[in-house]
Design a binder for this molecule. Structure first.
Ligand SMILES: Cc1ncc(COP(=O)(O)O)c(C=O)c1O
Length: 434
């Protein structure tokens, strides 16, 4: 490799990375392999996506077979049988009244699709003034203009402030380590923060508000677990004011919390669910927006033959993605991986919380197979300590993710007790050596 600068890497300090690249060469099960042949235990499922582990032969073979059979099929006015089959299979695991799916290629596209469906739906039913969108501070909804507008991560917005969507408000985030530090599962304090939604709706009037979008558990901002009762309260306020609720489950979908979706885990029904990542286990890019019947019926319930939604992607339901999706979903089912995640969650929780008291640790939090260890930021250098931890962990054969000074964990759902013990021992040694 002569010049690493040909590749402008995403969300990466390119100049720093290229001085000391962390390269991955092969993958299998719970592990990556570096170019020198040493193994790396993957505690982030790649990037929150490889829920079935890496390179399961059942997925590899399905992709290979599809590639040999048909490379591409358009879904504008034509169709591929397998796409309809996989859609039917997928909606069988969504909440009962959510029986339709729109395919995209990524989480960002899923979010922008859901926001567009929300706006179009309000118009379709004659409520065209309902246009405002409400997101949340520290929310991550991908990198489209819609996603960064409803998202609440300052650096993701800063360079693009000239082009934020108009008519967007943000709820306050729910992260409160003064009251909730070292919570196991859902934190006790903060459900009342949902009432900010009522205040925003009162300010603009419900006639002007289309939808609220939140991650049930915020992932990219550092695994922020919703306080007890918070999501239910958001749902109640949305119901009271006839506002759509969108759960962005790009991370929490497909078993991460121990149920198929956070919607079921927390028993709170959104009107749309945005997904990607675990949908295909990361093997081929794919996203999906699950849509409640009430929305679908609004678009399809009228006479006429016009296109109902002027939206779609060349690669919506790409045959390779559909093949990967079908095989991955079959593995989830055959191997009972969502139940396995629920089973391993207490082991993961105990192990992670054993880091309370380790150097620099100011919080540990977890739900399902999603967890975080927050470190005290270094004076004048926020994020530096966590980045050093990431490097030291990688050198010691462990892949973690960092956001600011938070170390995040979201292992493949095939993880075993020995992997958890190894990961936490390595993190402890890393923190002791920082
Ligand atoms: C909640 C959430 N929404 C959207 C996205 C964007 O997904 P993608 O990177 O596939 O566009 C992510 C990615 O991490 C995410 O966590």
């Amino acid at each position: 490799m002569k010049n690493m600068d040909s590749f402008w890497m995403p969300f990466t300090g390119n100049r720093v990375f290229k001085h000391n690249p962390r390269l991955l060469e092969t993958a299998s099960g719970m592990h990556y392999t570096k170019p020198d042949g040493s193994r790396v235990l993957d505690m982030v499922a790649g990037l929150w996506c490889c829920n079935a582990g890496h390179n399961d032969p059942r997925v590899v073979e399905a992709i290979q077979a599809q590639a040999a059979e048909m490379d591409y099929a358009p879904h504008f006015n034509f169709g591929h049988t397998a796409a309809f089959e996989v859609a039917e299979q997928l909606v069988s695991i969504t909440p009962d009244d959510m029986n339709h799916v729109f395919f995209t290629n990524s989480g960002s596209e899923s979010v922008d699709t859901a926001l567009k469906i929300a706006l179009a739906y309000q118009r379709e039913r004659g409520k065209g003034t309902k246009t405002r969108l409400i997101g949340r501070e520290r929310g991550y909804h991908g990198v489209g203009f819609g996603g960064i507008s409803v998202g609440g991560i300052p650096y993701n917005r800063m360079q693009f402030s000239a082009a934020m969507l108009p008519g967007v408000d943000h709820l306050p985030h729910t992260h409160d380590i003064t009251r909730n530090a070292f919570s196991r599962g859902l934190p006790e304090h903060g459900a009342g923060l949902a009432d900010e939604l009522e205040r925003i709706v009162q300010l603009h009037h419900a006639d002007n508000v289309a939808a609220v979008i939140v991650e049930p558990v915020a992932g990219s901002a550092g695994v922020l677990i919703p306080p007890k009762g918070y999501l239910r309260r958001l749902r109640e306020i949305c119901d009271r004011h006839d506002i759509l609720l969108i759960f962005d489950e790009v991370i929490t979908g497909f078993g991460r919390l121990g149920s198929a979706f956070a919607a079921q885990e927390f028993d709170v029904r959104p009107d749309m669910i945005t997904t990607a990542k675990g949908l295909t286990g990361g093997a081929v890019p794919m996203g999906a927006v699950f849509v409640a019947d009430v929305i679908w019926d609004e678009f399809m319930g009228k006479p006429g033959s016009a296109i109902e939604l002027f939206h779609g992607y060349t690669y919506s339901a790409h045959p390779l993605a559909v093949a990967a999706c079908k095989a991955t979903q079959q593995i989830y089912q055959d191997d009972g991986l969502f139940a396995r995640a629920a089973e391993m969650a207490p082991v993961f929780e105990d192990a992670l919380h054993s880091l309370q008291g380790a150097p620099h640790v100011i919080d540990v939090r977890n739900y399902g197979l999603m967890g975080a260890v927050e470190l005290e930021p270094e004076e004048g250098a926020p994020g530096a300590r966590a980045m050093r931890a990431l490097q030291a962990a990688f050198d010691a054969g462990l892949m973690i993710r960092v956001t600011g000074d938070t170390l995040a964990f979201s292992p493949p759902l095939i993880i075993g007790e020995a992997h958890i013990a190894q990961a936490v021992d390595t993190v402890r040694q890393v923190l002791e050596g920082l």
